[in-house]
Design a protein around this ligand. Structure first.
Ligand SMILES: Cc1cc2nc3c(=O)[nH]c(=O)nc-3n(C[C@H](O)[C@H](O)[C@H](O)COP(=O)(O)OP(=O)(O)OC[C@H]3O[C@@H](n4cnc5c(N)ncnc54)[C@H](O)[C@@H]3O)c2cc1C
Length: 387
């Protein structure tokens, strides 16, 4: 991955938004359990951060994936992981399917305003009884004339209490028929949240990523036009899988840059904190542990760059995205643990950044596919397991 002056310029403007429009408000938004997406997203759109890889006729920037790397790295430097995650949902999880497979009408009504930051989007795949195993979803959309009538529940939905529309994965069925099982018969459907029958069941209180609202959503005979299906009905699972590599890479870019920042902040602290008559950083055992973590960050970052190069070249990066997500998730847990350890009591207090980082970091190994799901994909790619 080679960054140019154009990347540097983009990095600068995103850093400016993070430092001036996000970080000063993080404490307030973490305490509130939500951030004002409708106020923040237009600011990100103004610097071209919401539609990087989307074509200009849809309102995007027409940039290649290398700019998404920069976006992820800069968002990873925020003082929390919740808001970066919510932004990544808007840029890389709720919108790719509609951009790639959606009709021009859906793109104009839902995608373009999302890229301008006017409409907030969410991706609604997980359910109370189905997370890792997407084939277990039960939310159903039954055809009734020109409409789909949707019934079911979705769980853990980021931006869930403030989204204007959802990219919903449901089992689409003709009247009187039973849903197909397994990975067949699912469709991605755009559901505006002002449709009668839709409601937020509850906002979920979480250990970390608290500034991001996460919700359980209820669909009680929610009626949307047949044309709200994204692309071909019945292909939703495959469309969803296709976008997982970018979602997982984005998660890894953010995690890696956040980890490096956490190490740097820990070093700054250890330089001035003294024990036994010298700065804590003077202890070689601590230096070596931090050096080890820095080395691991370097390795995962370079791996992420190689994966990004594959995406830029239009090649399949499934395997690399899977490995990057797995390794980034494991690494941030180690970095967060070291940060708490070396800050001593202050690592356990809410006074500094460390406790929040520790809580937030834990999500990387669970959200967007747990570590075991990444390992499962690798076993399948290696011919050891099957679906
Ligand atoms: C803060 C947050 C935000 C989220 N945002 C969204 C969102 O916007 N949209 C959305 O659709 N979903 C979202 N999710 C859901 C997330 O993707 C799921 O939580 C995740 O995929 C795991 O699913 P699950 O929670 O149902 O865990 P389960 O599927 O119940 O799995 C529990 C654990 O079992 C283990 N496990 C699972 N499968 C295997 C296996 N085959 N072999 C061995 N071990 C295994 C893993 O350790 C896993 O963590 C979010 C979750 C959180 C916590």
């Amino acid at each position: 991955m080679k960054f140019t002056a154009e990347h540097d310029q983009f990095r600068k403007v995103v850093r400016d938004v993070v430092e001036n429009q996000i970080n000063p408000y993080v404490d307030e938004w973490e305490a509130a359990g939500i951030f004002p997406a409708h106020e923040l997203f237009p600011k990100l759109a103004a610097v071209g951060a919401l539609g990087l890889e989307y074509s200009e006729d849809m309102g995007g920037q027409g940039a290649d994936h290398s700019f998404t790397v920069v976006l992820g790295e800069e968002l990873g430097r925020a003082d929390c992981a919740g808001i970066p995650m919510a932004i990544a949902v808007q840029t890389s999880m709720a919108t790719p399917a509609i951009a790639e497979f959606g009709s021009t009408d859906l793109q104009q009504r839902y995608l373009a305003p999302a890229l301008r930051g006017e409409l907030v989007a969410a991706i609604a795949v997980s359910e109370p009884d189905a997370g890792s195993d997407v084939a277990g979803i039960r939310t159903k959309a039954v055809r009734d004339g020109d409409s789909w009538v949707i019934t079911g529940r979705k769980m853990w939905i980021t931006n869930g209490t403030q989204a204007d529309w959802l990219c919903l994965l449901a089992r689409t069925v003709e009247p009187g028929q039973e849903p197909e099982g397994g990975y067949s018969g699912m469709s991605l459907i755009v559901v505006p949240t002002n449709t009668p029958g839709f409601s937020v069941g509850r906002k979920i209180e979480k250990m970390g990523n608290r500034s991001s609202d996460t919700a359980e959503l209820v669909f009680d005979e929610v009626r949307v036009p047949v044309g709200n299906v994204i692309g071909e009905a019945g292909r939703g699972f495959q469309q969803q899988m296709a976008q997982f590599q970018i979602e997982r890479l984005m998660g890894a870019y953010m995690a890696v840059s956040g980890a490096r920042r956490a190490i740097d902040r820990t070093i700054d602290y250890l330089r001035v904190r003294e024990a036994f008559g010298k700065p804590l950083l003077a202890n070689q055992v601590i230096q070596y542990r931090l050096a080890e973590l820095i080395a691991e960050v370097d390795v995962v970052r370079e791996f992420c760059y190689a994966a990004a190069d594959k995406v830029v070249a239009g090649e399949d990066a499934t395997r690399m995205a899977t490995v990057a997500k797995l390794k980034a998730g494991r690494l941030v847990r180690e970095v967060a643990d070291a940060a708490v350890q070396y800050h001593g009591g202050m690592g356990y207090a809410e006074d500094l950044w460390v406790a929040r980082y520790y809580r937030d970091a834990r999500l990387v190994s669970v959200g967007g596919g747990a570590d075991e799901v990444m390992l499962r994909i690798i076993t399948m790619l290696e011919g050891m397991g099957k679906r």
